[in-house]
Design a binder for this molecule. Structure first.
Ligand SMILES: O=P(O)(O)OP(=O)(O)OP(=O)(O)OC[C@H]1O[C@@H](n2cnc3c(O)ncnc32)[C@H](O)[C@@H]1O
Length: 188
């Protein structure tokens, strides 16, 4: 039987849902490899509750780059940053999604960036974030009377009756971010 090549991937987070997402995404994108995901603390250098896509992207890139430094044996560094964003026109609504950055050690300037699917956050949740300056994770735990929603099904699970969980949805965003590394070079 052909043995699988081994690959180590760093992720700039110790959040279990994000680590599961990284494993799910890399296992599908690199079927020929046995992938080990190594989580580590990495500073996003943006606010605890990012309020725009731009801020999330910055946070994801910062985390991806720092994770590559912290895990010297890693081939890729991954950053995942959740946050909210406001679409004003044609309807004024707030959405939540995760942004994912993937940095390759071979070519650190070649960064894959993509987002997860997004979902609407209700005005009562946005009121808590904007007026009472609370983080989404805290609001979710209070609303559901559960603990550590962020490491489990996530707000995505709460607002889909557990149909869509944070790990799976983030794995889809990760696979989009990996596109440049796994598809034919002539597509790029
Ligand atoms: O340990 P880290 O990697 O920071 O994981 P985190 O869950 O705190 O995630 P982010 O920093 O990426 O998210 C920014 C904020 O939004 C919250 N958040 C994002 N997505 C969420 C989700 O699906 N469920 C609950 N909270 C979420 C999160 O807890 C923070 O308050």
């Amino acid at each position: 039987m052909k043995s699988l090549g081994k690959m180590i991937v760093a992720i700039g987070s110790e959040n279990k849902a994000k680590i599961r997402a990284a494993q799910l995404g890399f296992d599908q994108a690199f079927k020929e490899c046995q992938v080990t995901i190594v989580g580590c603390k990495a500073a996003s250098l943006v606010s605890d509750q990012p309020m725009s896509d731009e801020e999330c992207i910055k946070g994801a890139i910062n985390r991806a780059k720092e994770s590559l430094i912290k895990v010297p044996e890693a081939k890729f560094g991954v950053g995942m940053e959740g946050g909210v964003n406001n679409i004003k026109d044609p309807v004024d609504k707030w959405y939540e999604c995760g942004w994912i950055a993937v940095v390759s050690r071979d070519d650190p300037e070649n960064i894959g960036i993509a987002s997860t699917a997004r979902f609407e956050l209700p005005p009562k949740v946005m009121h808590e974030i904007i007026v009472n300056k609370k983080e989404l994770a805290v609001i979710m735990d209070e609303l559901t009377q559960q603990t550590d929603i962020r490491s489990n099904e996530g707000a995505m699970g709460v607002y889909t009756n557990s149909i869509l969980h944070r790990d799976h949805i983030y794995s889809h965003g990760l696979i989009f971010a990996l596109s440049r590394f796994i598809t034919k070079p002539e597509y790029w």
